[in-house]
Design a protein around this ligand. Structure first.
Ligand code: CA
Length: 414
């Protein structure tokens, strides 16, 4: 279909008006397929105005529906928060380590080429690949245009997803992948590296030189694209991501904030050693100390590349899992501590109970919202210091019990 400019202009005004009313309708009640199709008609013009060919837009939008499963997944809020151990044991399984070693050997030549070009060693690329799609085994089977259109129509993060939807349409326009094969996660991430469409356009590379960028089927395209992406995110060539370390007795745990950078010589002077007891290497860059679980460990010194990994996915657990899996792929040892038997995720009520006990005892947690943010962690640390507990700032069931006992004592005293 071809839209004359004047009609386009009129319809663009209509888009602005209608997106307001759809947003409100969506907020108040379940959105309907009819509303979705009406919204699509107006969004078509926006996409064409942004430079996508009418042919691509018409073909793609003729075949999609409001995807309720996507809405459901977007609204899903887990009952339990996840512990570091819970996350790590699911992300870095024995199978994934073995498979990673095998695939690293199998694709060694290609991975070495990518490492030479972008400075990112092969084991890291394999680790990202393993975490994102289980080495390409699960790239997601939701039509990407349908997922992004559903999330764009929804009021929650409409603007972000509209941008991604237009980028996804531009990828179709380029002819690298047909509409029917463009599938991925419910949130619009695509291919074996799970790039969002805007990152595909910005960072993906034709690694095998066939003139197309195919992140679904071409491993060369996948590895070159990941290498380029990490390089652009600021990967420090020749540097590691971090290391597991041991702390001396009575170490001030508040220094394990994952942020404050010190030279390794300074950490060594404070008594830190590698997990196996050897001294810290003196050749490595500045590092921060990170405690992802509780005072029983593990502890990590993390280097600038740790934060580059977090630019891919802003989660300490994710970045630790990538670094640890990359180490294991090249024969690195398992962590020096094991998951404690009492390591259990807290549910929201338990988290809120910790916060409201702290509030009632006069510690500044902000709001009892059930989310363990920085304020809550620093209030926990204050409480632990005053009660001569290891000040790891971690919300745990043991802490909840301790708080309850303290509160009971406060009430009992005259
Ligand atoms: Ca290619």
């Amino acid at each position: 279909m071809f839209y004359p400019i004047r009609a386009l202009h009129k319809l663009l005004i209509l888009i602005t008006l209608s997106s307001v009313s759809f947003g409100v309708a969506a907020a108040q009640s379940q959105p309907t397929e009819v509303e979705f199709q009406q919204w699509l008609q107006t969004f078509k013009l926006k996409a064409i105005a942004a430079g996508v060919s009418p042919k691509t837009v018409n073909h793609a939008f003729a075949h999609i529906h409001l995807n309720r499963k996507v809405l459901q997944l977007d609204r899903y809020q887990p009952e339990f928060s996840q512990t570091f151990w819970g996350y790590l044991n699911r992300a870095v399984t024995p199978w994934r380590i073995l498979q990673g070693r095998h695939l690293y050997q199998q694709h060694r030549q290609l991975l070495d080429q990518v490492a030479r070009q972008y400075g990112v060693p092969g084991p890291f690329l394999v680790a990202f690949w393993g975490l994102e799609t289980n080495y390409g085994r699960y790239t997601g089977n939701i039509n990407t245009i349908e997922a992004l259109a559903t999330l764009s129509f929804d009021f929650r993060r409409s603007q972000f997803f509209q941008t991604e939807l237009i980028e996804a349409l531009k990828i179709l326009d380029r002819g690298d992948i047909p509409f029917e094969e463009m599938k991925g996660s419910w949130a619009g991430a695509v291919g074996q590296s799970q790039f969002m469409p805007s990152n595909v356009l910005r960072y993906a590379v034709d690694g095998d030189g066939d003139g197309k960028i195919d992140l679904w089927h071409s491993l060369a395209d996948v590895f070159y694209s990941m290498g380029n992406f990490l390089n652009q995110l600021g990967w420090h060539k020749g540097e590691n991501w971090g290391r597991e370390v041991k702390l001396p007795a009575n170490f001030d745990l508040s220094l394990a904030d994952g942020k404050s950078q010190k030279p390794l010589s300074e950490w060594a002077r404070m008594g830190l050693r590698l997990a196996d007891g050897r001294p810290l290497p003196q050749t490595e860059p500045q590092a921060a100390l990170l405690l992802p679980s509780d005072y029983r460990g593990p502890f990590f010194l993390v280097y600038p590349n740790f934060y580059v990994i977090k630019r891919w996915n802003n989660s300490n657990n994710y970045a630790l899992a990538v670094g640890y899996l990359a180490d294991r792929i090249v024969g690195g040892p398992p962590l020096s501590v094991q998951r404690p038997k009492d390591d259990k995720a807290l549910n929201k009520q338990q988290m809120q109970a910790i916060q409201s006990h702290l509030l009632q005892l006069g510690y500044p947690v902000g709001q009892a919202d059930g989310i363990a943010g920085n304020k809550t962690r620093s209030a926990i640390r204050q409480y632990q210091q005053q009660h001569h507990l290891p000040a790891d700032g971690q919300p745990t069931l043991r802490l909840l019990k301790h708080l309850q006992q303290t509160k009971d004592k406060t009430h009992d005293s005259p």
